[in-house]
Design a protein around this ligand. Structure first.
Ligand code: FAD
Ligand code: EGO
Length: 479
């Protein structure tokens, strides 16, 4: 056989015998990823341990709504459902900062038309499953819990709906099974796999704020934030005119609140404006409906195992929710993987290591930023500091729109690689500090010139002494 005809027969084999891809986990990232692989023509099998949420009566899970931003939207656009999802979300054009006194200050996220979207987790997940199911080359398997799998053969063992064990063989296994990933267990057994898991001292509790007189109890198109250092509360709007409020607080403080009266007392001291909006009795009751939930940061590397398995979403990089990027980063994982598949002609042996090389630094940078936000907010973000920082960001950006782009903007409204956004941010901070020094020096010189010029009666020495005092004061201020 000559080489040309061998080429075509190889090609034919490839198209007639498309590889089997198994997606583990039908959460947000797994459901989206199913469409990504299906679009390429693979035979895609999704396995989700829970029942089908589209037919389930009660859906329990983590946060009720999430902030969807540019990165997540770009991934949705790739499979043609961006518009559909956007229509189910509520735009939040600004944050609304609630001060202790009840004052509310709106600060826009960016230019007009730059907004983040509040979307319901369950609705989003349902739409993603339906979109995945619409491909002829997908098969969704619910009530299938992955127990273990073999890196050598690609054979996976599930516990099926009847409790019986089932086996399935796949060419590629995509682990999208969340922060406590079972897929990842095989990675942990191998050498040179880095892994860490860190719980933060804070827990979170979700409370629903009902509509008032048939309408939203607060302005709907905002991300409401009550910054109180260690106690933080946020509220995102829902389509049914309720708000889902999330209270972040150290577990040890949650433990101190045991009775309804203690709840009211706590809210009276920290979030007094929210009490009438929740309703005193509802608040006393709802606070104890569910215990506070833990938050974990999972860091690992590499994201692939041989040419057989790859991790995406929380399975690869669970992060603390203080940047609103966990899902967005997971969605971008799917997009980045797809971009690399284009570059390397869907050759798993080349794509998987490249995915790790490209994506680990970005996801780790994002997870670190989320942790940084948590630490900074907890340490000194009260209403005044929050407003000051955001006004400063916006002002500098207004005067130097190309040089200074706020970090939040780069992360939320662009696809600048996460790790590059961090480098850019550190560079900007240097420029700003230098600018402040120059500005300070010029001011001192200006003031002293004015002083020497217009106060000639005082002895020369005193002026110098004054000047020196100012230099010392400035040094102290900028320390
Ligand atoms: P998951 O959503 O955890 O889905 C994993 C799926 O795998 C589940 O359906 C599970 O049942 C299934 N599964 C698990 N084990 C197995 C198994 N052995 N076999 C089969 N199936 C299995 N992100 C944002 O972008 N914006 C936000 O505003 C935001 N807010 C958040 C607020 C809070 C309080 C929290 C906790 C997180 C927030 N996030 C946010 C992060 C976001 O929730 C996660 O990043 C996202 O859900 C990750 O999706 P995933 O599909 O990787 O994992
Ligand atoms: C100084 C001022 C330092 C999630 C402000 C840091 C996060 C941080 C949890 C908000 C928005 C989507 C969120 C901003 C900062 C979601 C978010 C922000 C929270 C908490 C959140 C902002 C769900 C931090 N985005 N953000 O700039 O508006 O700034 F408050 Cl607790």
């Amino acid at each position: 056989m000559d080489s040309a005809s061998m080429d075509t027969s190889a090609k034919q084999k490839k198209t007639s015998n498309k590889k089997k891809v198994a997606i583990v986990g039908g959460g947000l990232v797994g459901a989206l990823n199913t469409s990504f692989f299906a679009k390429r023509g693979f035979d895609v099998y999704l396995f989700e341990s829970r029942e089908d949420i589209r037919s389930a009566k009660v859906v329990k899970g983590r946060s009720i709504n999430l902030a969807l931003s540019h990165r997540g939207r770009q991934a949705l656009k790739h499979i043609g459902i961006e518009e559909k999802i956007v229509s189910m979300g509520i735009p939040m054009n600004a944050r609304m900062i609630h001060s202790l006194s009840g004052a509310r200050s709106p600060i826009p996220y960016g230019k007009k038309g730059q907004y983040i979207l509040s979307v319901g987790r369950t609705n989003l997940n349902k739409e993603l499953l339906t979109a995945a199911e619409a491909f002829p080359n997908t098969k969704l398997n619910f009530d299938h819990k992955l127990l273990d799998w073999s890196p050598e053969t690609g054979v996976m063992t599930f516990s099926g709906p009847d409790g019986a064990e089932r086996e399935f063989q796949a060419d590629l296994i995509v682990g999208c099974d969340g922060a406590f990933s079972t897929t990842r267990k095989q990675f942990l057994r191998r050498s040179r796999f880095d892994y860490s898991q860190t719980y933060i001292p804070h827990g979170y509790l979700e409370l629903t704020m009902p509509p008032r007189n048939g309408d939203f109890a607060m302005e709907p198109n905002f991300l409401h934030i009550w910054p109180r250092n260690t106690f933080m509360m946020i509220a995102l709007p829902n389509l049914d005119k309720t708000f889902t409020c999330t209270l972040f607080m150290p577990f040890e403080d949650f433990e101190k609140i045991r009775t309804g009266d203690e709840v009211i007392n706590f809210f009276q001291r920290n979030f007094p404006d929210s009490i009438p909006l929740f309703g005193m009795d509802a608040l006393k009751r709802d606070f104890f409906q569910l215990p506070a939930q833990a938050m974990v940061w999972v860091k690992c590397s590499p994201y692939h195992l041989l040419d057989r398995c790859v991790l995406m979403g929380d399975a690869a990089h669970a992060m603390v929710p203080f940047y609103g990027q966990g899902m967005n980063a997971g969605f971008e994982d799917c997009l980045v993987f797809s971009e690399i598949m284009d570059l390397y002609n869907e050759d798993f042996a080349a794509v998987l290591p490249e995915y790790t090389r490209v994506r680990v630094p970005d996801d780790q940078a994002m997870a670190e930023l989320a942790m940084y936000n948590y630490i900074e907010m907890r340490a000194h973000v009260n209403t005044r500091y929050f407003l000051f920082r955001k006004y400063l960001d916006n002002t500098l950006h207004f005067f130097m729109p190309r040089t200074i782009v706020p970090l939040y903007t780069m992360i939320t409204f662009t696809r600048t690689r996460y790790h590059e956004a961090v480098i850019q941010w550190q560079w900007q901070n240097k420029v700003i500090t230098r600018g402040l020094w120059i500005f300070g020096t010029i001011s001192i010189l200006g003031v002293s010139y004015y002083y020497l010029q217009f106060c000639p009666k005082k002895p020369h020495l005193t002026a110098l002494q004054q000047l020196w005092k100012q230099v010392i004061a400035l040094k102290w201020l900028t320390k």
